[in-house]
Design a protein around this ligand. Structure first.
Ligand code: HEC
Ligand code: HEC
Ligand code: HEC
Length: 483
């Protein structure tokens, strides 16, 4: 998510519950419209199709507030480096939601980021990815939101970013620079499966929103698609086909299993925002769609990044006898913390449990990456991912149930370094400052640093924005009109 900082673990857990309710009502809806008298069957079919599109596009991830928020009633706070941006109510409520939106208004909001009243949305709403959605898919989504979602008459909190970011019209300039307002065009030289995969990855399931790095203006970097990007406290790794930096060494079936369940034993587990994507959206995609995504990733242009070897190729199990020596000899804070807090599940050897419920920490993408971000974030925020009837749960050590079970920044750094030295990428060192940064939601963006400058800085920035706006307005349009 573009502007996102990760939500804290307890919020995530609560929102997980909220979303399960959503799917329950979704199923109820499907059943009830199936039998609804007097409703034309083509309409309800369209709405049903829209419902599965809403799952693939994961509208609920951002439009349903945690802690039991009502479905699609908004109020999910996305803390951007510039301040909190609240999602809006997209139920068909005429007073607080989008009940007065025509299909054209709806299409313009989700593909161009412009509301019915003409004001601009911030790109925290991923309209740059949804711009590629086809007209029939937008029509189906509209039918679902108007007919399948009950109206909720509540107003979410208002977003108020500091000057100059509160000038929503400045987004017109941003859009002129960064919004590619074209529908997805299948490439006739590719198979139908690869075209479907491209549409899913780039538009519907918007993997690029998290996995593509961003420039200082928070726009996705051209030519670096899917090569890895920061997502608040987490890092969405390089998933291009590169065998060293990306997923080139994964089989297509491993990728499908990861997207469907969030766990490939001996390789990777999904935590943080990826766990949410699996839980809310990807687990419900058809096998054909998951195969198409995996095939597309395997066929994507390889991009080499900072990794010296594949993320899942570091470390081996500690031999049982060295574990004993270790217990006797290594009295460092990291070793003690590991044996007191982690070994009960991941074992002293780091091998986890045989059934894979508690994963091994060696040959694991979270401990062998070029950045320790996901290791630190997993320790701080824990894991709570429900797929089907199974829940993968790891406690959050950043905010335990009591002060005693809460690890300080220095403790998290020490246990991370123990894990990296024994099981992961030994070239990395984690400091208490690194942990503090992850705890606070990740490094601030260049834009936010600008925003923190004193008044002269803001005035200068305002002038720059004004120039951009003028440039946006007067720039010759050489893009073909969307077809
Ligand atoms: C990554 C988070 C995210 C996802 C995913 C997302 N949205 Fe949004 N959306 C937002 C935010 C945040 C806003 C408000 C932005 C602002 O205030 O500028 C918003 C605003 C909107 C609006 C404008 C409503 C109004 O009048 O204010 C519509 C319509 C909308 N979203 C529809 C959708 C639909 C449909 C989907 C799924 C296809 C979706 N959104 C997925 C974050 C998201
Ligand atoms: C909301 C942000 C977000 C979205 C959307 C998202 N991802 Fe991720 N993804 C992440 C993060 C963060 C991780 C790291 C998770 C971890 O290690 O616990 C990740 C991990 C992965 C991994 C494992 C990589 C590794 O080395 O462990 C794969 C594969 C992947 N994502 C594929 C996808 C695909 C395909 C899509 C679209 C269908 C997608 N992701 C959408 C954030 C996201
Ligand atoms: C109660 C059992 C439990 C404890 C205690 C525990 N973990 Fe975990 N850990 C898990 C589970 C469950 C998973 C995820 C399994 C899955 O996704 O299927 C996990 C996953 C991980 C991952 C992979 C995260 C990712 O993003 O891919 C790392 C790294 C990790 N644990 C490290 C630790 C460390 C370090 C400690 C001690 C500070 C610890 N764990 C304590 C159960 C535990």
């Amino acid at each position: 998510m573009p502007f996102l900082r990760a939500t804290n673990a307890s919020c995530a857990a609560a929102s997980i519950r909220a979303r399960n309710v959503l799917f329950a009502t979704g199923i109820a809806f499907a059943i009830s419209t199936g039998g609804a008298a007097g409703q034309s069957s083509s309409t309800s079919d369209l709405a049903k199709q829209g419902q599965s599109l809403a799952t693939a596009t994961d509208c609920t991830a951002c439009h349903t507030a945690p802690n039991g928020g009502q479905n699609f009633a908004g109020g999910y706070g996305i803390s951007s480096p510039l301040g909190t941006i609240y999602s809006t109510n997209i139920t068909p409520s005429k007073t607080f939601g989008i009940g007065n939106y025509s299909e054209t208004d709806f299409a313009r909001a989700i593909r161009e980021g412009i509301r019915k009243d003409g004001t601009h949305l911030y790109p925290a709403m991923p309209y740059t990815s949804y711009a590629g959605l086809s007209d029939p898919d937008v029509a189906a989504l509209y039918a679902y939101f108007m007919q399948g979602v009950p109206p909720v008459d509540v107003a979410p909190p208002k977003t108020s970013l500091p000057f100059p970011f509160n000038m929503r019209f400045s987004m017109a300039a941003w859009n002129a620079l960064f919004l590619d307002n074209h529908r997805f065009q299948p490439d006739s030289s590719r198979s139908a499966q690869l075209n479907r995969g491209a549409y899913l990855v780039e538009n519907l399931a918007h993997c690029d929103t998290c996995h593509t790095p961003r420039n200082f203006m928070m726009a996705e970097k051209q030519g670096r698609a899917l090569s890895g990007g920061a997502v608040g406290s987490w890092y969405a790794p390089n998933i291009t086909s590169d065998p060293v930096s990306g997923i080139g060494g994964w089989s297509q079936d491993e990728l499908v299993q990861y997207l469907h369940t969030g766990n490939v034993p001996g390789k990777a587990q999904a935590a943080g925002p990826m766990a949410e994507a699996v839980e809310d959206s990807l687990q419900y995609l058809s096998n054909d769609d998951l195969q198409a995504i995996a095939a597309y990733l395997k066929a994507s242009a390889p991009i080499r990044t900072a990794e010296a070897k594949p993320r899942n190729a570091y470390g081996i199990a500690l031999a049982a006898d060295s574990t004993l020596n270790n217990a006797a000899g290594d009295m460092s804070n990291g070793a003690q913390l590991y044996s007191g807090n982690c070994a009960s599940c991941h074992q002293a050897t780091g091998a986890g449990t045989k059934d894979g419920a508690y994963p091994q920490l060696f040959q694991n993408t979270a401990t062998g990456a070029a950045q320790p971000t996901n290791l630190i974030a997993a320790i701080l925020f824990g894991i709570n991912r429900t797929v089907g009837a199974n829940t993968a749960f790891m406690p959050a050590f950043g905010q335990g149930f009591s002060p005693v079970s809460t690890l300080s920044d220095q403790d998290v750094a020490d246990v991370s370094n123990y894990v990296l030295q024994h099981f992961g990428n030994p070239n990395l060192t984690v400091t208490a400052q690194d942990v503090a940064t992850v705890r606070q939601g990740g490094p601030p963006s260049a834009l936010a640093k600008l925003g923190n400058l004193a008044l002269p800085g803001l005035i200068a920035l305002g002038a720059v924005l004004l120039l951009l706006i003028l440039w946006g307005i007067f720039r010759p349009r050489h893009r073909p009109l969307p077809g």
